[in-house]
Design a protein around this ligand. Sequence first.
Ligand code: UGA
Length: 438
Amino acid sequence: MKTARKYKICVVGAGHVGLVAAACFSKLGHKVVCVDNNRSKIQMLKGMSMPFHEPGLESLVKSAVKRRNLEFLFSLTEGIRSSEVIFIAVGTPPKKDGSADLSSVENVAHAAAKNLNSYKLVVSKSTVPVQTGKRIQEIIKNNKKNGLKFDVASNPEFLREGRAIYDFFYPDRIVLGVESKRAENILRGIYSSVKAPFVVTDINTAELIKHASNSFLATKISFINAVSRVCDLAGADIEKVSKAMGMDRRIGSKFLQAGIGYGGFCFPKDIEAFAYISEELGYKFGLLREVRNINQGQVIYFLRKIKKKLGSLKNKKLAVLGLSFKPGTDDMRFAPAVKIVEALSKEGARLSLYDPKSMDKSKRVLKRIKKIKFFKSPYVAASGAECLCFLTEWDEFRRLDLKRLRKIMDYPLIADGRNMLDKKKVLMAGFEYFGIGR
Ligand code: UGA
């Protein structure tokens, strides 16, 4: 995968989007500097240790650094001055009112204005509300000290954590929001060896495509979760409903998995931010509010189901398998498991926790929660428990020895928050079982 012309690229932000993009751009042959204002993160990366778990990332970073195509820097000034294209991949965390905090994006725009020592293309890769590109343009225009030209563009990223490298090289589409032919040509050039259709739009449209895509995926999840509630009430099977619905190509089978709801740093914040900006612009996006409400309701519903089976949870031992917001990542941000663990602990339960990848992060995130213990094996965690809760659908959980679990548990209850187990097999192994909508 080599691109004809090599560009000097500065990626600002070494988070999931930024670090993956930096590593992948260098794999395409470009000269990349990746800048972050977190000194310890840059130190870690210089020492070749990754700040988060992402399959394939470490080897990509190592080989890019070895080929001198990738460098990590603390100085934003240096990064900008040495590059032609600046990708903004900094965080846009939620503010209390749900709107996106754009202060980091704006800081980069100010730095670009101050360090405009040649033509530069400033591209937003961070997920930002529509019209942020305009704001970046204004900041640079009003603060630059010379007559040098610049362009602003939007190139939203659609990669999923845990599949990020694959998604970068094999995307369904590459969205380019541009306002000049020069900017379009540079971006087309950067991605020229990635085989994917380009969708070229104005900047506002590109920004909106990203918010609309994440919101639509979350809507699919909340829709199927709402249907799962009706399934439980009616005695129908959500797994079959979802499968048959998904076979209709107009609907599609993806993102129709019912469970305890979506988490992660993208969907929850993007739905809030999209609803917020829509309302700011004059449209009350009630559907998105409901998508969020349904999602939050799934965790409460799951807890209610456990209590219905076990009665009071005071001093009962429950085992929790899976803590990250989805499999393939150690990311705990907005993970439904965090809310569930907190709530179970408040009810007085004693909890034994296990996750294949996020034990270190979980220990930090859950450090204030009472009566929890972490175990290195799902079997040790399950030993003596009265309920085994599955909160993340890691593949290794599907291979657990049910008979062995049945023997070591004090009460045979499985609470399957991801509908990930074969219900028949679980029942045959002597367990009581409930999932969501089945
Ligand atoms: C999501 C989008 O899928 C990416 O396209 C996007 O680039 C990214 O957000 C972002 O904006 O940065 P990600 O947060 O990595 O990616 O996770 P997903 O794989 O989309 O899963 C999100 C949540 O939905 C997880 O908690 C998952 O368990 C849940 N989910 C997913 C369901 O509950 N049911 C499903 O059927 C699918």
